[in-house]
Design a protein around this ligand. Structure first.
Ligand SMILES: [Zn+2]
Length: 342
C-alpha cells in the first residue's frame, strides 16, 4: 500500500527543462503542487523532492536522495516532454518505469488510464531501465514512476492541458496513484471552508471572475488575468501574479481624510467614479494616494461647514446669495421655490 510518496517537479530554473508553447519547468511545478495537495487529501504522507536552482547532477540527486532518505513507498518525478521544434496536433502522455517492478507497472497503468481519461493520447508505459537508463528510475530504492504529462510543442496537447488545467491533471494523477476517488478540498477537509474570489480589487465585486474554495483554482484564474488578485473572505489579497500591474483605485469622499464620508464603491474605472461623484454634490474623486482628481465645479462650499450647500428647485449653489437670486428669478416666473440645506 502506498502511504508515503516523494513527488518532484522535473528540472529547475537554472538547468531548465523543455520549452515549447508552454514551459516544462513552470508547468511541472504546478502539476507537482496539485498532486501533493490531492495525495494529502487522500490520506498520504507526501514529501516534496523538488530542488531549487542547481546543476543537473545536483538536481537529479536531490530527488532520488529525498526519496531514499525518507524511505518513500513511491517516487514520482513529473515532467513534460518535447520532441519537435513545433508540432501541429496531439502526441500524448508517457509513463516511464522499471517494467520488472510490479508495483511500478500497476501504478503506471492506473496513472496512464487516468491521463487518457482526460483526453491525452496513450503513448504507453516506457522502459526506464533498459531503454533510456533514467536516473530517477535506476537510483531510487523504491517503485518509481516518471510521468511525461504531454508534449510542450504539440498544439493539441497544450490546448487540452490548458483547457482542463493543472489542478485537474494533478488530481487525476493522485487518484491513479491511490486507486480511489479523492474529493475536492471542500468536502474532505472541514478546515478548508475559506472562499477565494478573483477580482481587480476586493470591493470591486463586479470585476469578479470566480468564487471558489479551491485556492489553486483561484490562483490559476489570476495567473491568466493580469492585474487580478485572489482575495480571501476577509478581503485580504492572498495572491497576485508576480509583475502584475496594480490597478489604480478611486474613492469618492467629501475629503480624503474623512474616510467615513466615502460613498459608492472603490472604483477601478475613473470615469465610473467621476459619474458617481457628479450625482453627489460636494464629493470628490481621490486616487489611492489621496490626490483629489475631480470635483464637480459648482459644488465646492465656501462656507466653513463643508456639509452645507444651498439648493433651490432647479439648481445647487455654492453660496446663499446665489440661491436667493434664483428664488427671485423663479418668483418672477410665478414659480414658488425654497432653499434647503444639505
Ligand atoms: Zn523533463
Amino acid at each position: 500500500m502506498i502511504k508515503k510518496v516523494v513527488v518532484r517537479g522535473g528540472h529547475n530554473f537554472q538547468t531548465a527543462g523543455a520549452s515549447g508553447i508552454i514551459d516544462e519547468t513552470t508547468e511541472d511545478r504546478k502539476v507537482k503542487s496539485s498532486v501533493i495537495k490531492y495525495l494529502k487529501l487522500g490520506g498520504c504522507t507526501v514529501i516534496d523532492g523538488t530542488p531549487g536552482n542547481c546543476s543537473e547532477n545536483a538536481d537529479l540527486n536531490f530527488g532520488t536522495n529525498t526519496a531514499n532518505n525518507n524511505h518513500a513507498d513511491l517516487f514520482l518525478p513529473i515532467h513534460f516532454n518535447k520532441c519537435y521544434n513545433s508540432y501541429n496536433g496531439k502526441i500524448g502522455s508517457e509513463v516511464w518505469l522499471n517494467p520488472n517492478n510490479s508495483t511500478s507497472v500497476a501504478v503506471g497503468k492506473r496513472i496512464m488510464s487516468k491521463l487518457v481519461g482526460l483526453g491525452f493520447k496513450d503513448r504507453g508505459l516506457k522502459d526506464g531501465i533498459n531503454g533510456e537508463h533514467l536516473h530517477d528510475i535506476k537510483a531510487s530504492n523504491m517503485p518509481s514512476v516518471l510521468i511525461e504529462v504531454c508534449f510542450v510543442e504539440a498544439t493539441e496537447d497544450v490546448a487540452l492541458y490548458k483547457k482542463i488545467g493543472f489542478d485537474v491533471v494533478g488530481k487525476a494523477i493522485a487518484e491513479g496513484i491511490l486507486d480511489k476517488k479523492i474529493g475536492t478540498s471542500t468536502n474532505v477537509t472541514p478546515a478548508s471552508t475559506e472562499t477565494y474570489t478573483v477580482r481587480l480589487s476586493y470591493n470591486n465585486k463586479k470585476s469578479q471572475l470566480i468564487s471558489t474554495s479551491d485556492l489553486y483554482e483561484a490562483k490559476d484564474k489570476a495567473n491568466s488575468h493580469p492585474s487580478y488578485s485572489v482575495y480571501n473572505s476577509k478581503g485580504q489579497n492572498v495572491y497576485m501574479l508576480k509583475g502584475s500591474p496594480i490597478p489604480e483605485t478611486y474613492r469618492i469622499r467629501l475629503a480624503w481624510n474623512d474616510e467615513k464620508s466615502q460613498i459608492g464603491e472603490i472604483y477601478t474605472d475613473y470615469y465610473q467614479a467621476k459619474d458617481f461623484a457628479n450625482l453627489h454634490v460636494g464629493y470628490n474623486v481621490y486616487d489611492s494616494k489621496g490626490k483629489n482628481l475631480y470635483t464637480l465645479a459648482v459644488v465646492k462650499p465656501v462656507v466653513p461647514n463643508t456639509d452645507i450647500i444651498y439648493r433651490v428647485v432647479a439648481g445647487s449653489f455654492k453660496d446663499e446669495s446665489g440661491a436667493d437670486e434664483q428664488i427671485v428669478k423663479l418668483a418672477k416666473l410665478g414659480i414658488e421655490s425654497f432653499k434647503t440645506i444639505k
